[in-house]
Design a protein around this ligand. Structure first.
Ligand code: PLP
Length: 375
């Protein structure tokens, strides 16, 4: 059987990885500034992570959500402490799309409305409502297009109000720093305006922190810079450092009832062990403080780079916007310099999403390579 051919592949076959480095089947070392698409948070094969998953699978890898699983409660408690999001409740699932799907569904259950408001250039995943709220017609099948979604430009509060006034919108879903779209971010005034309008018109505000959460921006969540309180926060990616896990944090104003949401695999013992070890390492290695500091070094090094228009993003969720399309540059970085980076919907943006353990020496190697290729 052949594979369903949906991914254009780079010709590299990784067989092992350690911290910031990935090694291929020929023993070549790659510097990973992509983190497998913002997934690797505490570094590849972190010993605490490996031990946590190995120990757990020896004891109990999985049982259903019909029994007690104290690891879920432990995880919820630890997440509350590290994120600073008090009194939210946690529902666990398996991926970012699933997190957003549950978030949108929950918002609709809560206020009885059926439309979604999302923003131009957004990406929220590939399931039913999540993909309908994604601004990319190429990934929206006719089946998904039945969902009613209004797309608005980031920053356009007036259009948001006009739509919410119709009293049909169950949720606004937003990435506080856009990921796939190309790292755009708006002002605190805009985000606080959204929060106010959501309260005024009984619409849930969903923060999609799938990519920006778990310390990637230097804050636990990207929205925290703007001092707002979302109704639902979706999480995945860095949460499991590669283990497939996702979830939503739900504000106490939204009430649970038996059967409202559910999943077979979500919150299984292995996923909880993986996520708990991620949280412990984030805390014990002070990774959020580290991200803020190392990000400053990165920004400093980027100053004066030829052809660079601007740098977007925060922490270690960064986009270098050049005055030319970067797909060739990305290939050269991989094949000539053995450095992984990311692309974006905006063809001129090179995305930097490394493990949060990134050091100055890795940044130096990257900029040396970049300067050579830009000459
Ligand atoms: C902001 C955001 N939301 C949701 C998703 C979907 O996550 P997943 O691929 O785990 O379903 C992604 C994936 O890139 C994302 O960047």
């Amino acid at each position: 059987m052949s594979l369903f051919n949906v991914y254009p592949l780079y010709d590299v076959t990784p067989v092992k990885a350690k911290d910031i480095y990935v090694y291929d089947d020929k023993g070549v070392e790659y510097l990973d500034l992509y983190g497998g698409h913002a997934v690797i948070s505490i570094g590849h094969s972190h010993p605490k992570y490996v031990a946590a998953i190995s120990n757990q699978v020896e004891k109990l890898g999985f049982y259903s959500n019909a029994i007690q699983n104290p690891l879920q409660t432990q995880l919820a408690d630890k997440l509350e402490i590290l994120s600073g999001c008090k009194e939210y409740q946690l529902f666990l699932c398996n991926s970012g799309a699933e997190a957003n799907e549950n978030a949108l569904k929950l918002a609709s259950f809560h206020n009885g409305k059926h439309k979604i408001l999302a923003f131009n250039n957004s990406f929220h995943g590939r399931t039913s409502a999540a993909v309908a709220a994604t601004d990319n017609p190429k990934v929206v099948a006719p089946l998904n297009a039945q969902q009613k979604v209004d797309f608005v430009a980031l920053g356009d509060l007036e259009s948001v109000e006009t739509i919410l006034k119709e009293n049909q919108t169950c949720a606004i879903i937003i990435e506080f720093i856009q990921g796939v779209g190309g790292l755009d971010e708006n002002t605190t005034e805009f985000y606080q305006g959204l929060e106010k309008l959501c309260k005024q018109y009984n619409t849930a505000l969903i923060a999609d922190e799938v990519q920006s959460g778990f310390g990637r921006t230097g804050d636990f969540f990207a929205f925290q810079k703007h001092n707002i309180t979302p109704d639902i926060i979706s999480i995945a990616k860095g949460m499991g450092n590669g283990f497939p896990v996702g979830g939503i944090l739900i504000h106490p104003s939204i009430k649970a009832s038996f059967g409202l949401l559910g999943t077979t695999f979500g919150g299984n013992h292995l996923a909880c062990a993986a996520t708990l070890s991620v949280l412990e390492v984030l805390e014990n290695q002070n990774l959020m403080q580290h991200v803020s500091k190392i990000s400053e070094y990165f920004l400093e090094k980027a100053k004066g780079l030829p052809n660079l228009k601007t740098i977007k993003g925060r922490g270690l969720m960064l986009g270098l916007e050049f005055d030319f399309p970067i797909s060739e540059l990305r290939k050269k970085l991989i094949y000539n310099h053995h450095i992984f980076t990311g692309g974006a919907k905006n063809p001129n943006v090179l995305r930097i999403l490394p493990p949060l353990t990134l050091q100055k020496k890795h940044i130096d190697v990257f900029f040396d390579a970049l300067e050579k290729e830009l000459k």
